[in-house]
Design a protein around this ligand. Structure first.
Ligand code: SF4
Length: 450
């Protein structure tokens, strides 16, 4: 009889990918995915440390899971609880101290050992097993081939970790040093994903454009070359990548944006601040002018490129003048979408110890920046009305006969269409825009061709 596995994923797409791989990894040991933790034999919380109070949220979730575990024990059955991901890596000892009912604590670089750790926990009955090491062997060598259909769009991790050590970020501590998977391994995984039904693949990495993996015929590929290699796979319609560092946008990547049709004209390129003083304090290794130049070069290569970004407001030492430089940069570039947050200290990072900007000042600045960014997003969406956009339909919409898909610029697009169009790229005339989505009608093939 199969055992029930419940995985709850927090945070970024890399965690979504990791959760899918954990499920693949445990399938040969009889674990089948379950929709809820009630009655599960194994519960995995795949955690994220990026947001404030992340650990507290995990502890409160663990409280609820513990009650389910006790209920299961009363029925004479076992529930193994595992905490994985970046909170496990950063707070492993704290988890063992505060939540001794957790059976397995495993960091993001060691989860290929999950079957062994789960088996150990089962044998030890109550004594937790911890593995937050950065093993010498790359975990990808130990993960089984993807077996489950990813759906129309799939994630594929090509790079992990980061050597940049921005002063606000925990990633270099939780995910470790930069590692790039060999290109041949990535091509094989992409081929499998396409065979299982994926039409679009998003390449993932904490610093994805730092990718420098072994090339199939020897030497090294950077991300631009990897994208060209992947674009040759029959059946793969679209490619995207995230998250990038402005300092790692090289000539080959810009050329890929110019030449590779499958590479979508949408790029998430975090800038964080428009002030050189703040960028320096963040140790971002680029200036505002560097960022502007990079965007200019990208837009010259791909004129319809739409940009998204991340901003941190109220970084320690940020003055009103610094903040205005951020507003100026955002105003000049014009973003199709953006994520903006108030700075909040991450324990163990250098910026956490610096002089903090008062909370009300941060709040006020964030509101000003968001007003600008929201208006830019609305304006970008409005500019799509009246255009015919190729939409990759992914799934049924909320209404009958409706499908939802993505434009090249990653906007959600709703249109009436038959379910057999799921997985197809279909021309859609955009008729209306919302702040976060578009709506349109499918253009008949003869009109689309005209
Ligand atoms: S480049 Fe990105 S992942 Fe690396 S330290 Fe900076 S913010 Fe974190």
């Amino acid at each position: 009889m199969s055992k029930r596995l419940f995985v709850k994923t927090y945070g970024c797409q890399m965690n979504v990918y990791d959760s899918a791989r954990m499920t693949d990894l445990l399938a040969p040991f009889g674990y089948a995915p379950a929709a809820s933790p009630e009655g599960a034999d194994l519960v995995i919380l795949n955690t994220c440390h990026i947001r404030e109070k992340a650990a507290e949220k995990v502890f409160s979730e663990l409280g609820a899971i513990r009650r389910l575990k006790l209920a299961r024990q009363r029925q004479g059955a076992q529930m193994i609880i595992a905490v994985a991901g970046c909170v496990a890596q950063a707070e492993g000892d704290e988890i063992r101290a505060r939540a001794p009912f957790v059976d397995v604590v495993v960091g993001p670089q060691a989860y290929h050992r999950l079957p062994e750790l789960v088996a150990q926990a089962g044998r030890r009955g109550g004594r937790p097993v911890l593995d937050t090491s950065f093993p010498a062997e790359p975990k990808f060598d130990y993960l089984p081939a993807t077996a489950a259909s990813p759906g129309v769009t799939a994630f594929l991790t090509v790079q992990e970790g980061c050597d940049k050590f921005c002063t606000f970020c925990v990633v270099p501590y939780t995910r470790g040093a930069e590692y790039s998977r060999p290109a041949a391994e990535i091509l094989a995984e992409a081929q499998r994903l396409v065979a299982l039904g994926a039409r679009e693949i998003t390449l993932l990495g904490q610093n994805v454009n730092a990718y420098h993996g072994a090339a199939p015929q020897g030497g090294e590929w950077r991300l631009g070359e990897l994208i060209r290699g992947l674009a040759r796979l029959p059946g793969l319609a679209r490619l995207r990548y995230t998250t990038s560092h402005p300092g790692d946008v090289d000539d080959a990547l810009i050329a890929a944006h110019r030449d590779v049709e499958a590479l979508m004209p949408f790029l998430h390129l975090p800038v964080q601040s428009g002030s050189d003083r703040v960028l320096e304090a963040m140790r971002r290794r680029h200036t505002a002018a560097d960022y502007r130049r990079t965007v200019e070069r990208l837009r010259r290569a791909r004129p319809d490129l739409a940009l998204s970004s991340d901003f941190i407001v109220g970084f320690p030492g940020e003055s009103e003048e610094d903040f205005r430089a951020t507003l100026d940069l955002a105003g000049d570039i014009g973003f199709a979408q953006a994520f903006s947050f108030k700075y909040s200290p991450r324990p163990g990072t250098p910026a956490a110890a610096a002089d903090q900007v008062p909370e009300p000042v941060k709040t006020e600045r964030l509101a000003r920046l968001q007003a600008l960014l929201v208006e830019q997003q609305r304006a970008f969406n409005r500019s799509c009305v009246g255009r015919v956009l190729p939409v990759l339909f992914e799934k049924p919409g909320r209404h009958a006969e409706q499908l939802v898909g993505r434009s090249p610029y990653l906007q959600a697009v709703h249109a009436e269409a038959a379910a057999e169009h799921i997985g197809e790229v279909v021309p859609v005339m955009i008729r209306a825009s919302q702040p976060n989505s578009l709506a349109g009608v499918v253009v008949p093939p003869q009109e689309a061709a005209a």
